[in-house]
Design a protein around this ligand. Structure first.
Ligand code: GDP
Length: 477
């Protein structure tokens, strides 16, 4: 009985070792109280410095967030002054996150934007459309992170762009008084785009003087923040572990399933997963479905899971299992857009006994067939599956998928990464365990701050390493 159990629990567990703050209305976000009952305590403790930065951020958000005097005053100043002449000392500064792409991309980029907000003393506000309504609880005590409906910054057409500032700065070192009070910062990846130099001290010095940024990105750009001198010191103090673990803390701090999402997660878990002796999460993301035969993908999944003993082999000689001692139950949670993967795996383990005698139950909560946009229930399913995957004991994810990164971050995994079927060579492994807990920053900068082209961003620092699942990408280690 979870509710009775909850009463006896130490606040330390509930609040994830100080990462979370108490004081929220309990009924408004039940997952915040209950989620720790569904996973083992994380071996990664948040540092005292991170905890103090979070408490300071919450204070700032309470003072400057929507529905406060400071918010109204600062926003009026920002709207009235075309240039940045407001009283900088008393004004609050903001970063408005604007969505693009799938939910995994959105979550990893919000986490990176939140870290950026903490590093630059900005208040993080989000522009959730209808599709993202009701997925998450409010993360900040006694405040909201939703951009108010009447804000003129739901639209950025009237707002100067970062590119135009870069141009002006290139022509004639821009002076601080010429900086606008609001700026649209589009730092998503487009191959032909010129370098944005967001990872450079000089550009951060400019941005620091602009009170409101609207940021649109689908990337986990934390490695580029690490290249900025002042941020690097702060990031190292906030996340001092030897193995870099940033995303795990950020995502567990920010993203709590709403009561609706938690109901779906919780019922699925209790109905299908809770009684299993072990749970394995299998995330199967196929980026080119037309070029990827289902059989080839299935072979990849089976060779990965069976060779690495994540799933047992079939007993090909007997029709009935000989080993009755070891009838443990293993649950496999399959997340995929396509029903065939869950169905074939389920049929395989029902048709034959396993060599080990284990029983394998396979569940796939949904099969949406394709990625959909502007569809709230579709996003709700994606969010519940990311979360359910994160409750597994072992996680297998697909290369390049930010959907998998979210599950990995929430659960604190170094997942087994399935290679992309197109890249699989005859004798190469089907999967390998990742060396890191972090998501991959897929499209890092291509230039040094002096403009010199760089072969790979990973060469900028010994703390950066090429991602295993996408060689252009980079991770902090
Ligand atoms: P990525 O494209 O794999 O990096 O992940 P994103 O989450 O950014 O975008 C993919 C989107 O497709 C998801 O947000 C879902 O909307 C949908 N999708 C992909 N795979 C799954 C899945 O296994 N389950 C569900 N429910 N939706 C999925």
């Amino acid at each position: 009985n979870i509710v009775a159990y909850e009463g006896n629990l130490d606040d330390k567990d509930k609040l994830l070792e100080g990462l979370l703050v108490s004081g929220f209305n309990k009924a408004s976000c039940i997952s915040r109280l209950q989620s720790h009952l569904y996973r083992k305590a994380s071996p990664h403790k948040p540092s005292q410095y991170l905890i103090s930065k979070l408490r300071k951020y919450e204070e700032l958000h309470r003072r400057c967030g929507p529905n406060t005097k400071a918010y109204n005053k600062s926003m009026t100043n920002i709207q009235l002054s075309k240039n940045n002449h407001g009283d900088a000392a008393t004004m609050c500064k903001y970063i408005i996150w604007s969505p693009t792409n799938g939910l995994g991309n959105r979550i990893i980029s919000m986490a990176a934007t939140f870290l950026y907000a903490m590093l630059t003393d900005r208040v993080l506000l989000v522009r959730f459309g209808k599709d993202m309504e009701g997925l998450f609880c409010e993360p900040f005590l006694n405040s909201t992170w939703m951009l108010p409906n009447n804000s003129p910054f739901w639209n950025q057409e009237h707002v100067e762009t970062y590119e135009s500032i870069l141009e002006k700065d290139k022509a004639n070192n821009i002076s601080k008084v010429d900086l606008p009070s609001a700026l649209f910062l589009y730092h998503q990846y487009i191959p032909k785009d010129p370098e944005k130099f967001f990872h450079c001290d000089h550009n951060q010095d400019l941005l620091r003087n602009i009170p409101l940024l609207i940021s649109q990105t689908d990337q986990y750009f934390v490695p580029s923040l690490f290249m900025i001198t002042s941020f690097k010191l702060e990031i190292t103090k906030m996340f001092p572990e030897n193995d870099t673990i940033i995303f795990h803390h950020l995502v567990r701090y920010l993203f709590h399933p709403s009561n609706e999402a938690w109901g779906l997660i919780n019922r699925f878990y209790e109905t299908y997963l809770a009684k299993a002796n072990a749970k394995i999460g299998l995330q199967i993301r196929v980026f080119s479905p037309d070029a990827t035969p289902k059989e080839a993908m299935m072979d990849l999944i089976l060779s990965c899971t069976i060779e690495n003993k994540l799933l047992p082999e079939l007993d090909t000689k007997n029709l009935v299992s000989c080993s009755h001692q070891n009838q443990t139950l293993k649950a496999v949670l399959v997340a995929s857009l396509y029903p065939e993967y869950g169905e074939s795996l389920r049929a395989m383990y029902l048709n034959r006994p396993t060599a080990s005698g284990e029983l394998i139950a396979v569940y796939q909560p949904s099969h949406e067939e394709q990625q959909k946009f502007h569809d709230n229930m579709h996003d709700m399913k994606a969010w519940t599956e990311m979360y359910l995957l994160s409750l597994s004991d072992v996680l297998v994810t697909s290369s390049f998928s930010t959907f998998g990164y979210v599950a990995q971050g929430l659960g604190g995994f170094r997942p087994w990464l399935l290679v992309s079927p197109q890249e699989k060579k005859a004798n190469s492994p089907s999967c390998d365990q990742d060396f890191s807990y972090e998501p991959c920053f897929h499209f890092p900068p291509k230039h040094e701050c002096n403009g010199k082209p760089q072969k790979h961003f990973a060469s900028s620092s010994p703390r950066l390493r090429e991602c295993m699942d996408f060689h252009h990408g980079v991770k902090l280690v």
